[in-house]
Design a protein around this ligand. Structure first.
Ligand SMILES: Nc1ncnc2c1ncn2[C@@H]1O[C@H](COP(=O)(O)OP(=O)(O)OP(=O)(O)O)[C@@H](O)[C@H]1O
Ligand SMILES: [Mg+2]
Length: 334
């Protein structure tokens, strides 16, 4: 496929997407739901940007407003320099869209659909190359209603990229993919970025965000609650090891940059006759743990802060929190 453009389309000055104070509410049977609640977002040209967040956080609502498919209530939105609510066909031909729930064209074959969609764009990719790029060559003559869930999703991706868009929206693109299909989809997304395409992706797979995204935003209740490179989400220290131990019937947990020193100090102070510190575990928070903290669903074995009571005898630069005894959620050796 035509991902061999040597000059990325990045860097024309303005960001690909700029959102300030976006709001959207739905009213259903008299009940008002504030789906997007003052959301700010900037996506630079040429980057892969992931939007993470729990079900109902407002991701699809936001993305569909950016795609021009939904009206907003308030806020400023610029996508490729235009307001999607006012933009016309020329603007639309510059974006590619993979919806979370696409409409069905059940009776058409894969080949018919991809070729048909290509005609909507001024400079489309070669449809046959696109079919191959998403791994649907063997299914090219199959009607879309006869595809499996994952194959149908690959077709959605093909339809999203056939126009060779400057900006591609992918709303949970890999839901239903088997692991191998997900990996080849990741390669495809990275090759699109290498060709200069800007990509906004929503996903529930944190490994996907970590593998693909230059930056990620965590959305909760219609607002961005964290923003940064996937590895930096949660702020400095979020991925610091956590030491957990028991003393006097209470479980203590503590984040520390110096787990060895802390364990040595605990061993000197608390080791029993068998040489073991009761309940001692050194845990390595994963990106998933950090994410669960950010959306307010932290596993109880990991402290959200390290500001609780100091434990006598510990190094002075560390603090710990005491929590009731709980099962260990994450082990360092996972
Ligand atoms: N057309 C609609 N009418 C009424 N309420 C809606 C509509 N679309 C979305 N909502 C509500 O708005 C909120 C945000 O929904 P949205 O689809 O944007 O979430 P999401 O972050 O994409 O979630 P998911 O991860 O499940 O896809 C939810 O509470 C949802 O029920
Ligand atoms: Mg959604």
């Amino acid at each position: 496929m035509s991902t061999d453009r040597t000059a990325p389309r990045a860097g024309t000055g303005t960001p690909a997407i700029e959102v300030r104070g976006l709001t959207k509410r739905y009213t259903k049977r008299g009940v008002v739901k504030q789906a997007v609640d003052g959301l700010d977002l900037t996506v630079e040209r040429g980057e892969i940007f992931a939007v993470l967040g729990p079900n109902g956080a407002g991701k699809t609502t936001t993305v569909e407003i950016l795609e021009g498919f939904r009206k907003r209530d308030g806020g400023q939105v610029q996508v490729l320099g235009e307001d999607p609510a006012l933009a016309g066909r020329a603007w639309r031909s510059r974006i590619g869209v993979v919806l979370q729930d696409p409409r069905d064209q059940a009776e058409l074959t894969v080949r018919e659909l991809v070729h048909h969609f290509a005609t909507f764009y001024p400079a489309p990719r070669d449809p046959e190359e696109v079919i191959a790029a998403v791994g649907l060559e063997e299914k090219a003559s199959t009607r879309s209603r006869q595809l499996s869930g994952g194959q149908r999703r690959r077709l959605d991706v093909a339809l999203g990229i056939v126009g060779d868009p400057e900006l591609l929206f992918l709303d949970e693109p890999t839901t239903g993919f088997d692991p191998q299909a997900r990996r080849s989809f990741w390669d495809l997304v990275l090759s699109l970025r290498a060709g200069g395409t800007t990509i906004l992706l929503t996903t529930h797979y944190l490994d996907e965000a970590a593998h693909l995204a230059d930056r990620a935003a965590v959305v909760r209740d219609g607002k961005v609650v964290a923003l940064g490179a996937p590895a930096d989400l949660g702020g400095p220290g979020a991925l610091r090891p956590v030491v957990r131990w028991e003393a006097d019937g209470v479980t203590h947990v503590e984040r520390t940059d110096h787990p060895t020193a802390l364990v040595a100090s605990l061993a000197a102070r608390l080791a029993g006759p068998d040489g073991e510190v009761p309940g001692l575990r050194v845990l390595q928070p994963s990106l998933e743990d950090v994410y669960l903290e950010l959306i307010g669903a932290a596993p109880t074995a990991l402290p959200t802060t390290s500001s609780a009571e100091a434990v006598p005898g510990l190094p002075s630069d560390t603090r710990s929190s005491a929590v009731p005894s709980v099962p260990v959620a994450e082990e360092a050796s996972r």
